[in-house]
Design a protein around this ligand. Structure first.
Ligand code: IMP
Length: 494
């Protein structure tokens, strides 16, 4: 054995550390703090957030929303077919602020009662009316019918017919759309192609919102940025090629234990494709060096820390996430000093609060990859459902009904069942994950700014205005379990 049996470290996690405040000046006010970071040596994010390559987390809607705020989603491979993954990457890359492509349409011979049902189900109040060839024939808005009197009428009896509508042409710019939408007087602009087929709809409310994301991460053609996951299976090379052809910005080679020769040969193969490659997961300096030698441009760190992860129980491998991040960050710093190449560290899994986010950044993470945090948002790809939960109220058990979203690991029995169905060899798959549900958190657009503000608050209190200054200067102290308890609250909550 080339190394002693016991290492000198103690596997620790974020909650075991606390950050010491320093003098704050006007340059460190919340508005001045810059959360920009590096995802690779040459590629920057405006916030240090990535969403996990998981089926329950990262779809096109989340990809769009997160990139608008300055982060990046990793569209998963796993159980997602190459075509579905490609479609999601396309949807992010082709997203044009304000042009909504997947709108629910109705036909002119549909009873209005059905439209009322759709409205209740989806919350939309405007429906383009199309014929069986997807050609636009009219528009129905809720102002045009009386739900108590008109439910038996047909859509064509209440819709605004095509000849009375202002219609945009596919390919138009947002400023053209902005102008025309005022002419329409109804705050909605259907956009059709040369054959008259409906391609998208512009809503006035979205145009207003599209000006609200100055931090969006975009490529040289102003398209939002997105990453795509790839497994180490050789057949995924074609998947990777197609993603690159569609403009994917980064490939993430996804393996729960990335310190392997499969990973090395995958990196060798994918390097030729000309996009940066992120690899992982590893937890120590040797793992970092191995992946960097093989051409990875950012390293994902974390084994066994995920909220749905049972790897440590099942296989007893991994490392406390705080220790893993800090050790790999030291390897990154050494590598940078030696070569001048900065290979960022992505802390993957185990984040439970904004406090954890700040500790991970203080210990050297450049980017935080999160699954649980994003899965509860409206924009994640799963549907919400209602669940009755028991609660203790004034000493008595009661039940409350809450809105939840499902969340499951990529190595959970649920994921495994699908894979078996897809003829994957079940012998090559260890169950290392669980499935369950999370409280629904509403829209990312409302939720995410709260965590960003909390991190800004930490940097500000620690006298720092950038993340690199924060990592270099912040003092970190280990805390006892009693201190952790003291940091919690101890009153009866109403
Ligand atoms: P979370 O943010 O704590 O929920 O962790 C998300 C991370 O857990 C992902 O980015 C993966 O690295 C990891 N992960 C996803 N699925 C599984 C699984 O089934 N078992 C173990 N780890 C998983």
């Amino acid at each position: 054995m080339d190394k002693p049996k016991f290492t000198d470290e103690i596997s620790s996690t974020f909650r075991e550390f606390i950050l010491l405040p320093r003098r704050t000046g006007p340059q460190q006010s919340l508005q001045q703090v810059d959360l920009g970071t590096r995802l690779t040596h040459d590629l920057r994010l405006n916030i240090p957030f990535m969403s996990a390559a998981m089926e329950a987390v990262s779809g096109d809607r989340l990809g769009i929303a997160l990139a608008q705020h300055g982060g990046m989603a990793v569209i998963p491979a796993g159980n997602v077919s190459p075509q579905d993954q490609l479609d999601m990457v396309k949807a992010v890359k082709r997203f044009k602020a304000g042009f909504v492509e997947h709108v629910i349409t109705v036909s002119d011979d549909m009873p209005i009662q059905k439209v009322i049902d759709l409205e209740r189900q989806h919350g939309y109040s405007t429906f383009p009316v199309v014929d069986k060839n997807s050609k636009l024939v009219g528009l129905l808005t809720e102002k045009k019918y009386n739900p108590w009197k008109d439910s038996e009428l047909l859509v064509r009896e209440r819709m605004l017919p095509l000849e009375t509508l202002v219609v945009g042409r596919h390919g138009m710019t947002l400023s053209d759309a902005n102008r025309q939408i005022f002419e329409s007087g109804i705050g909605v602009l259907p956009v059709v192609d040369e054959e008259g087929k409906l391609r998208s709809v512009v809503f006035f409310s979205d145009i207003r919102r599209s000006h609200q994301y100055p931090d969006g991460v975009v490529d040289s053609q102003k398209r939002l940025r997105v990453a795509g996951a790839i497994s180490t299976h050789p057949e995924d090379e074609e998947r990777a090629r197609n993603l690159v052809a569609e403009g994917v910005d980064v490939l993430v080679v996804d393996a729960s234990d990335g310190f392997s020769e499969y990973m090395s040969s995958t990196l060798q193969r994918l390097r030729k494709l000309g996009v940066p490659i992120i690899a992982g997961n590893v937890v120590d300096q040797d793992g970092f060096d191995y992946l960097v030698e093989n051409g990875a441009e950012a390293i994902k760190v974390g084994i066994g820390s995920g909220s749905i992860c049972t790897t440590r129980r099942v296989k007893a491998i991994g490392r406390g996430q705080a220790t893993a991040v800090h050790q790999v960050a030291l390897a990154r710093d050494r590598h940078f000093k030696k070569t001048g190449r900065y290979v960022p560290v992505i802390s993957d899994g185990g984040i439970e609060s904004s406090g954890d986010m700040s500790v991970a950044l203080a210990l050297g993470a450049d980017v935080l990859m999160m699954g649980k945090y994003f899965a509860g948002f409206e924009e994640s790809p799963t549907a919400t459902f209602m669940k009755r939960l028991p609660v203790l109220f004034s000493g008595q058990m009661a039940e409350v009904e809450v809105t939840v979203k499902p969340y499951w690991g990529e190595a959970s029995p649920r994921a495994k069942n699908v894979r078996r169905y897809q003829q994957d060899d079940p012998r090559s798959f260890v169950i290392e994950g669980e499935e369950g549900y999370l409280l629904y958190k509403g829209s990312l657009h409302k939720g995410l700014p709260r965590e960003l503000m909390a991190i800004r608050g930490t940097l500000s209190s620690c006298g720092c205005s950038t993340l690199s200054e924060f990592y270099e200067n912040v003092q970190v102290e280990r805390q006892t379990l009693e201190a952790v308890r003291e940091g919690g609250t101890s009153i009866f909550r109403v």
